[in-house]
Design a protein around this ligand. Structure first.
Ligand code: MTE
Ligand code: CO
Length: 425
């Protein structure tokens, strides 16, 4: 291998590696890679895993993550809800990369626990203002043409605790009510066409088969646009907690409408004004009036690393700042990152697929000089909608809200690398 001046790390000899590293100005010049110590037993001694046979192919018929990743789990906040059946846990966003959420880490939100349904016993009914009321078995649904689409799902209550000020210390808790997977399903349009929607059929009521029997009114225009009746996530069957065997996908719209364990679709001529669209999932404004039917999830972003649960542990020098951005309107066209609480902004690099109504992954690669930072990110979507500051959002919406908080998040990175949730508006 040729040694060149700008590639000192290419030299294989351990001493040469060390020398070359130092000559080139140390770790920073090598893009953050550590320079090997003079006598590192992990390099010089043969290790057990290198000496003995490992587990065979029968050890894990369904694979599980490495034991060293045991901290990468969904977490809940005990005081947030009264019971674990009507509760929420959070996606560990700070531990993930790319745009796809692994199935076992997708946050869960249920109002009556996880329904346990054998697919052979599951039925989907379409009734109401249709020519032909229908009941589908899972097998019937498998005979309709299907689509594969990557979508984020965000609960309208995501970041709800943060309205009045910084509360929860970690993006898992402040922003972890979002996940993004590839769904396989049948376009809802095809099923409605099969039943034949009458001309006065303007709304669809979606109902779940769980103990909460969740119901939401969806305008016909959306039902015929991009809604999916999904049975797979990331290629495998939906997880029970995500609505196995069947869930509704309402792309870009608040998570509550994505009815899990979907059992019935009723076509009507007006909305039903169910609990989840009146007393819940509406936004109480400063004047005492409530906004309702605020379905679209506006552009939002968060820096996932560094963040309170993901401090900087490597000291000064090369630092990868990374985060997620999404918009219920479509694609993200730009993400800006500020290191100084919103005074100056730099364009981040979006890497990986940029798909409509899906998570986008962004990076800003910097040299950190060890001084404190006030990290922020702001997203702009392809339709020109952008993420507001917290003050701008509160000026518009007042202080009563819980739902639909898409404001800019600030992390205070301290000189020692620890990170804290703070508010800078
Ligand atoms: N559907 C049913 N049947 N029951 C529920 O409790 N919760 C809703 C929605 N669909 C719910 C449901 C809410 S509030 C959200 S945010 C999403 O499902 C959460 O989906 P997830 O559990 O896959 O993250
Ligand atoms: Co929700």
């Amino acid at each position: 291998m040729m040694e060149t001046k700008d590639k000192p790390a290419m030299r294989l000899d351990r001493r040469g590696f060390l020398k070359a590293g130092l000559a080139a100005g140390g770790a920073a010049a090598l893009g953050g890679s550590a320079v090997a110590a003079e006598s590192d037993p992990l390099i010089t001694e043969v290790q057990d895993w290198n000496r003995y046979l490992g587990a065979g192919v029968q050890a894990a018929p369904y694979g599980i993550p490495s034991e060293y990743e045991a901290e990468v789990v969904r977490r809940d906040v005990e005081w947030l809800t009264a019971s674990t059946e009507s509760s929420i846990n959070f996606t560990p966003l700070h531990e993930l990369d790319g745009i796809i959420t692994p199935n076992g880490l997708c946050f869960e939100r249920h109002h009556g626990g996880v329904a346990d349904i054998a697919p052979a016993d599951h039925r989907l009914m379409i009734n109401g203002l249709v020519d032909k009321p229908l009941v589908f078995t899972m097998q019937d649904l498998m005979r309709f043409p299907r689509e594969n689409r990557v979508y984020f799902l965000e609960c309208a209550a995501n970041s709800g605790m943060e309205w009045r000020g910084a509360q929860l210390n970690g993006c898992q808790y402040t922003h972890g009510m979002v996940h993004c997977v590839m769904y396989t399903g049948v376009p809802l349009k095809l099923l409605l066409e099969e039943a034949g929607v009458k001309t006065n059929g303007k709304w669809v009521l979606a109902e779940g088969a769980d103990a909460a029997a969740m119901t939401r009114s969806i305008p016909m225009e959306k039902a015929l646009d991009d809604c999916l009746v999904a049975f797979k996530m990331n290629g495998e069957a939906l997880r029970p907690e995500q609505g196995y065997p069947l869930r509704l996908c309402v792309p870009g719209w608040e998570g509550n409408m994505w009815v899990k364990w979907l059992r019935r679709l009723e076509v009507g001529d007006q909305p039903w004004h169910q609990r989840e669209e009146t007393s819940k999932y509406t936004d109480l404004l400063a004047n005492g009036k409530a906004r309702r039917f605020t379905w679209v999830m506006d552009p939002k972003s968060v820096i996932t690393s560094p963040s309170p649960q993901k401090p900087i542990t490597h000291g000064k020098g090369a630092l990868v700042i990374s985060g997620l951005a999404w918009s219920g309107n479509g694609k993200i066209s730009r993400v800006d990152v500020s290191l100084d609480g919103g005074r100056n902004w730099k364009s981040a690099r979006i890497d990986g697929p940029s798909l409509s109504k899906s998570l986008h992954r962004f990076y800003l690669d910097i040299e950190w000089d060890g001084s404190p930072l006030l990290l922020q990110s702001r997203a702009l979507d392809e339709h020109g909608f952008y993420q507001p500051t917290k003050n701008a959002l509160r000026a518009e919406r007042g202080e009563n809200s819980i739902y639909h908080n898409n404001s800019i998040q600030t992390w205070h990175v301290k000189a020692d690398g620890t990170v804290e949730n703070v508010e800078v508006s």
